[in-house]
Design a protein around this ligand. Sequence first.
Ligand SMILES: N[C@@H](CCC(=O)N[C@@H](CS)C(=O)NCC(=O)O)C(=O)O
Length: 202
Amino acid sequence: MIELYTWGTPNGRKISIMLEECGLPYNVHKVDIGKGEQFTPEFIALSPNSKIPAIVDSSGPEGKPMTIMESGAILVYLAGKTGKFLPKSERGKYKALEWLMFQMGGVGPMFGQLHVFLRQAEPVPYALERYTKEKNRLYGVLDRRLGEVKYLAGEYTIADIATYPWVARHDFHKTDLAEYPNVKRWFDAISARPAVVRGMAP
Ligand SMILES: N[C@@H](CCC(=O)N[C@@H](CS)C(=O)NCC(=O)O)C(=O)O
């Protein structure tokens, strides 16, 4: 059984989507990051950086429990455990990791910063301009890539699973997907997957 420590945010939903896609049983433990529950000693023992998501797999390697934080590392772990959503070919595997890292280092942090500034009651014009520009640039990169391939690494992989919940916040970060038709086609295809619908719920 996998224990998932999460909250209803894009980084948390990456893991519930992956668990649903893999058909792995899991228990959801809500960590209310608005109330500061990520800073309790019990949670820091699981996630030293005080951020969701984190998992504990009671049947980890060598049959021992395994604890992991960082959504990208968790996705790679679950792909390794199940043999799913990370291509078997060397080329496909590294393409999936390339676009996963693009999400982890680009889409996640930049969209995340934009969300922070969009929530401010007092607008901070410099920050809003900087992160909106970067968000638009990243949508352009995604749109060009998805004009060449069906999914980010060719086939549907953990790179798509990592990116999807961030694009799902497109209304909040004031993005009209009609301006990015390849992203829209990709987004609609992933939105239609029953495991994704279930995985977006926690
Ligand atoms: N790089 C981390 C980022 C995780 C992250 O930023 N989680 C946010 C919620 S989406 C969080 O726990 N924030 C609480 C805080 O910053 O105190 C990952 O991908 O797992």
